[in-house]
Design a binder for this molecule. Structure first.
Ligand code: Y12
Ligand code: CO
Length: 178
């Protein structure tokens, strides 16, 4: 089932998500729905709070070297903890909760992260490149943070101005249809 994406500035995106306690059918249904929703919206990562569920669960599905996004490469991440980070890198990020806005964000270049899969099996993964960025972007969601909070003061102002303008335009379009 495709769920509705929670979009900025919805207050739910500021919530600190709660640890998953039961690795049961309900969690599996949530993860399956998150995958369906992410694919339907052309995303490569999604946190549960982005579909309105305040649980520490996220998914990442990066395209492979051929540029194909395969389900076998899907990573389901429950109750993650970043154990170690190294270096710095900058990447132009986007987010399904902040549609049509992309900007450069600085993050750790390498991370070591511990998490559980949908069955409660513990994993430890070391990652760099796009995967490390995706982990950090999605873990930020679990702590109520969006990538736009990491922009410089001036860039954030520019974003808020663009966002207000867009909202006005969308509002007036809706008005015309009615
Ligand atoms: C690197 C940087 C950020 C992440 C987090 C996951 N981000 C996404 O999955 C962003 C998806 C996205 C998709 C959009 O839709 C289309 O391109 C059709 C989009 O634009 C619109 O909504 C029009 C914006 C963001 C992981 C790794
Ligand atoms: Co996001």
């Amino acid at each position: 089932m495709i769920r509705e994406i929670v979009v900025y500035p919805d207050k739910r995106l500021k919530q600190i998500s709660k640890p998953v306690e039961k690795f049961d059918e309900e969690l599996h249904k949530l993860l399956d729905d998150m995958y369906e929703t992410m694919i339907a919206k052309n995303g490569i990562g999604l946190a549960a709070i982005q579909v309105g569920v305040p649980l520490r669960a996220l998914i990442i599905n990066l395209p492979n070297e051929e540029g194909e996004q395969k389900k076998e490469d899907l990573i389901e991440v429950i109750n993650p903890k970043i154990l170690e980070t190294k270096g710095n890198t900058t990447y132009t990020e986007g987010c399904l909760s902040v549609p049509e806005y992309y900007d450069d964000v600085e993050r750790a270049e390498w991370i070591k992260v511990e998490f559980f899969d949908r069955f409660g099996n513990k994993k430890v993964v070391e990652s760099d490149g796009l995967l490390a960025i995706a982990f950090q972007h999605e873990i930020d969601h679990l702590n109520g943070h969006l990538f736009i909070e990491k922009l410089s003061f001036l860039k954030r102002k520019k974003f808020e101005k663009e966002w207000k303008k867009r909202r006005k335009e969308r509002g007036s379009k809706k008005g015309k249809v009615k």
